[in-house]
Ligand binder design. Structure first.
Ligand code: HEC
Length: 112
């Protein structure tokens, strides 16, 4: 019995560790956090996206204008307009650095 308790405790630690280090795949994060505005295809043709006049991320020209570190910064820190109103929120509190990097790669792959 004592033995069993030890094993149970050990597996709990393992399980907990796995849960903490869980990183959602970029496609899942894109779907959950980004498509509402940018659209599943990244064209920004959603109701909110049209209102915000989002750029079309399938457009090679738009992609060329964006720098990698800019994209990372935007996802991590968000965007506010000149009046300080939030246009896109900061995802740093919810997403790990790796998840943000994966999203950068995901956004790059939206290019048609
Ligand atoms: C509430 C709507 C909204 C959501 C949700 C949202 N964004 Fe944005 N995003 C914006 C706005 C507004 C801009 C600025 C306008 C533009 O660049 O087209 C922007 C800009 C960007 C840019 C362009 C940065 C640049 O350098 O021009 C990228 C890349 C981006 N968002 C990625 C994401 C990702 C990835 C997510 C999900 C984690 C996300 N966005 C979620 C509204 C949103």
């Amino acid at each position: 019995m004592k033995h069993l308790t030890k094993i149970t405790a050990a597996s709990l630690v393992l399980l907990f560790g796995a849960a903490l280090s869980y990183a959602a795949p970029a496609s899942e994060n894109w779907e959950n956090h980004c498509t509402k505005c940018h659209g599943a295809d990244g064209k920004g043709q959603t109701k909110v996206g049209k209102k915000l006049q989002l750029k079309d991320y399938t457009d090679a020209k738009v992609q060329a204008e964006m720098k990698d570190d800019e994209i990372i910064n935007v996802i991590a820190q968000g965007i506010t307009d000149k009046a300080g109103k939030e246009k896109m929120k900061a995802y740093k509190p919810e997403l790990s650095d790796d998840e943000i990097k994966d999203l950068l790669a995901y956004v790059r792959k939206l290019k048609a």
